[in-house]
Design a protein. Structure first.
Length: 339
């Protein structure tokens, strides 16, 4: 048994020590400690047992209790890289806070995409009879679900698997794209370019759909020539600067903050000012970039904290069921000075 103190002989405090101190049987101590329903134990006896527990500093063996009741107060989180990705690490933070709120502790395994490590982590969590597992990736994408995850309650976080039957909590890419574009429309811009990624992903299609939806809702015509593909990095934004200027756009929605940073550089070397000459909106809200550009970048946040927290709520059955078991989390606009 795990204890805070030891008996006078130096050995860990056991139920037998408690029974001796309280003047009751070991069975009675067991019933009190485990709050066994239906046990006929008087209030005065229970009080003596609790006083003996407090006096000797006894603690139950959590693992043994887990094995006896068939589940634990642990929830597992298996991630490919989010623990080493600063802004996506908020998924862990959100999940930890929400798990603690409901009386659970989060067990985190960061596998760096190593399949052997991933399988070992899942096996360990199953052996410890976790309440369930969150399986997370550091960016939103479709995945192939490890077979062992079907052995317990599992929620996919920031990823999804079509046909797996597993619930998935993901950012609402379309709503986020619409929110980003709307920031520019509300500022009076009508010719708005969109620098989209060249990488196939839910973000590519979702943010484009949101861009189109915002234009259509505002009565602005969609112009395919204003959708300019670029590598989703700083270099990509820099390289398409000339195309942006040639398009005649007065504002640009960038696929992510890194692209926006590159566009800032490209506009600056051409003597153009943000937002006086061209307004810019990003996506992701990577604080180390967005808040420290000059001027600070208006952007749309990927809600990683809330994604992690919602994953716990879905696992515990605290969220209303959604069609196709897909839980979309709102991506809010963060207003700064680039519009």
């Amino acid at each position: 048994m795990r204890t805070e103190r030891h008996s006078k002989h130096g050995a860990p405090v056991t139920m037998r020590d408690i029974a001796k101190e309280a003047g009751v049987s070991v069975a009675t101590v067991s019933h009190v400690v485990n709050n066994k329903q239906g046990a006929r134990i008087g209030e005065e006896t229970r009080q003596r047992v609790h006083e003996a527990i407090d006096l000797l500093g006894y603690r139950t063996n959590a693992l043994a209790k887990t094995l006896s009741v068939g589940s634990s107060r642990f929830i597992g989180l298996v991630a490919d890289a989010i623990a080493t990705t600063p802004f996506a690490g908020q998924i862990i933070h959100g999940a930890q806070d929400e798990a603690w709120k409901h009386g659970y502790v989060l067990l985190v395994a960061n596998t760096d995409g190593n399949k052997a490590a991933e399988n070992d982590a899942i096996a360990m969590m199953l052996e410890h009879q976790v309440r369930g597992i969150l399986y997370s990736t550091w960016y939103h994408r479709e995945i192939e679900v490890p077979e062992s995850l079907h052995q317990t309650d599992t929620v996919l976080v920031d990823c999804f698997s079509t046909g797996s039957g597993l619930p998935a909590v993901v950012p609402d890419e379309e709503q986020g794209g619409k929110a980003a574009t709307q920031e520019l429309i509300d500022a009076g811009h009508q010719r708005i370019a969109f620098i989209n990624t060249t990488t196939p992903s839910p973000a590519l299609t979702g943010r484009l759909a949101g861009y189109r939806s915002a234009l259509e809702s505002s009565g602005l015509e969609f112009d395919e020539s204003l959708v300019i593909p670029a590598v989703p990095e700083q270099e990509g934004g820099y390289e398409v600067t000339s195309a942006i200027i040639a398009s005649g756009a007065s504002a640009v929605f960038c696929h992510n903050d890194r692209v926006a940073m590159g566009l800032y550089d490209g506009l600056r070397v051409r003597g153009l000012d943000v937002p006086k000459d061209i307004a810019v909106v990003g996506f992701d809200n990577q604080e180390v970039i967005a808040a420290h550009l000059r001027p600070p970048l208006t952007t749309v946040a990927l809600p990683h904290y809330e994604i992690g927290a919602a994953g716990i709520r879905v696992l515990l059955g605290l969220e209303p069921e959604q069609d196709n078991a897909l839980y979309l989390i709102n991506c809010p606009a963060i207003k700064r000075q680039s519009v």
